[in-house]
Design a protein around this ligand. Structure first.
Ligand code: NAP
Ligand code: GCO
Length: 266
């Protein structure tokens, strides 16, 4: 076995949802670095144009489309278009996601549903759209971007935790249902990663001091720092490549050790 070659993604087509910026962009950059052809989607022309320029600046010729992961017709159309223009999708990274930080008793059912719709129903819609092509091709890799909230709760994130806990189980179910078709579906559970999504948790206070949540997270992380999108690059390549062909239904937590740690005595 050529071990380095087993990590290569040459000739593979990868769709990274929400790959315009943040974690999705870094994962797409990693998959491109390992040889994959990159397709991504986002919701606005402005983000699409900016992302295409950002990929080009990295020397990556990415294919970007506007499609909302909650819209089944748009996703089916995107997958068909990619199949016609580039070939069947070999790798799907379900990365697109949002969070709403609202105490549960103040949260509307509409807000709760919107989070679940994007973070859980979206991955279902995208996986459903690519699985038939993967079955026909005889292989496929699906990576669901889970969260610390796939395991833990905290104030204000009830909808997000419900969705990401559900995404962990959707991961195991896709593995159970399609493992036989040589499809591996795994999750990556990022710890606290510095991206636009977590920017409000890192904002400087009026007196210039660090946000209390920023200090809390650094003290809760054995690595002693926030993660960066780049921390997810190696794990994503591993789970997208032949090197992980017997890894299925697993959630790989990339959290600097948060889940292993009880925390410091106050
Ligand atoms: P981010 O910076 O807010 O980026 C989210 C991406 O998702 C954007 O590209 C956004 O693009 C896209 N998106 C949102 N809703 C969409 C929809 N309905 N259809 C298509 N695209 C959509 O977030 P991030 O921090 O990179 O997070 C990426 C993923 O990792 C999310 O699933 C998040 O829950 C998860 N995660 C993040 C952290 C963290 O600490 N940052 C930790 C664990 C897990 P548009 O707005 O242009 O559509
Ligand atoms: C929050 C955060 C988290 C992270 C991440 C942790 O408000 O607690 O936004 O939920 O983004 O998903 O893994």
């Amino acid at each position: 076995m050529d071990i380095m070659n087993s990590f290569s993604l040459k000739g593979k087509v990868a769709l990274v949802t929400g790959g315009a910026y943040g974690i999705g962009f870094a994962i797409a950059e990693a998959l491109a670095g390992a040889g994959a052809e990159i397709v991504f989607n986002c919701r606005s022309q402005k983000n699409l144009d900016q992302a295409l320029a950002d990929y080009e600046a990295k020397g990556i010729k990415a294919h970007g489309y506007i499609a909302d992961v909650t819209d089944e017709a748009q996703v089916q159309e995107l997958v068909a278009k990619v199949a016609a223009e580039l070939g069947t999708i070999d790798i799907l990274v379900n990365n697109a996601g949002i969070i709403k930080r609202i105490p549960m008793t103040e949260m509307s059912a509409e807000d709760f549903r919107q989070v679940v719709d994007i973070d859980l129903v979206g991955p279902f819609i995208c996986a459903k759209a690519v699985i038939p092509g993967m079955i026909e091709k005889g292989h496929g890799k699906i990576i669901n971007i889970c969260s610390m909230m796939s395991e833990l709760g905290r104030e204000t994130v009830s909808a997000y935790a419900a969705a990401k806990g559900g995404l962990k189980m959707l991961t195991r179910n896709i593995c159970s249902e399609y493992g036989e078709a040589n499809i591996q579906c795994n999750g990556i559970g990022p710890g606290y990663i510095a991206t636009p999504q977590t920017a409000p948790l890192r904002e400087r206070q009026a007196d210039g001091s660090r946000h209390p949540f920023d200090q809390f997270i650094v003290s809760k992380t054995p690595a002693g720092r926030w993660g960066t999108p780049e921390d997810l690059m190696g794990p994503a390549v591993f789970l997208a490549s032949d090197a992980s062909d017997f890894v299925n239904g697993h959630i790989l937590y990339v959290d600097g050790g948060i889940l292993a740690y009880i925390g410091k005595q106050p």
